[in-house]
Design a protein around this ligand. Sequence first.
Ligand code: ZN
Length: 334
Amino acid sequence: MIQRSIRHKRRRFPVVFLIVGFSLIAVLVVLSTQSKWELGSDPGRPGHAQAVGSGGVNPSPQITDANLAGGEAGGSGAVQTADGKNDSTGPKPQLPSQTNVPPKSWIPSVSLDRPTAAIVQYQAKPGTKLVAITFDDGPDNRYTPAILDILKAYKVKATFFTVGTQIKKYPAVMKRIAAEGHSIGNHTYNHSDLTKKDMNGIKNQIKWTDTLIQRSNGFVPRLVRAPYGAVSPMLKAIIKYNNRELVGWTVDTDDWAGKSVAAMRANVNKNTHPGGIILMHSFGSKHIASTVNLLPLVIQDLRKKGYTFVTVDELLAAKNHGGKLTAKTATATA
Ligand SMILES: [Zn+2]
């Protein structure tokens, strides 16, 4: 009996070793697969270091540096930030709630391209009275060319805040605007109220029009104007973190609303001051014919008062230089 029992035990030992051995191998394989996935997925993402450096672990559900930055720090910025902290202490088992159910703020954000429009150098004699005329909602093939003809005749440079759906229709007019020395800004894709959109919605409106301007004109614009002048802290933050300039106005001609040329002319004369930005339209209403009639009168009136017409880039360049509109030399650093 004793011998049998010992023999029996001897037979069992190798089986136990085999089971333990296989289990160990299985555990090692699983562990190595997990650590490979974790190591490969985090540092490999672009902008990882920047996201950690600029934002840290920020639980804010809406506005974070990493989410807003776009470009290098864009993509799934918040995810990188959170994962980055875990990485520093090596791969660790995580609770299902951390790995499988990311909070809303971790939804990958749309990335904006960096602006590539030329940096504007601007020189003006001290005491020069600067004013910028701007035209929104174009281009079109009727009023925009007529406005360009007038600007050319008077040797005035202006700024056009263009809408994506119109750029798609009239790329040749877009090319003409830039070829004749005017500035081009982004006025969203389809003239949306950006205060009613979430972060990705705002970025898409800007990005789609960026792409169209890039295609027609070969650069990503720096200037952005919000439709209806409707701005929000979210929009301002996106503009700031993507090196753009949000451009408003100081004189509203209400040209789209059907006011008389005389009334609009009086309004411009009364409310234009040095450093001002005048809002007009080159598309978007049946009343834009009045804009075409108003424009020569505005140019003549303001010239008589000693104003120099500049693009918005030039105006910003002057403002950035000491905050006065009489800068000798200034550079837009937006
Ligand atoms: Zn508009």
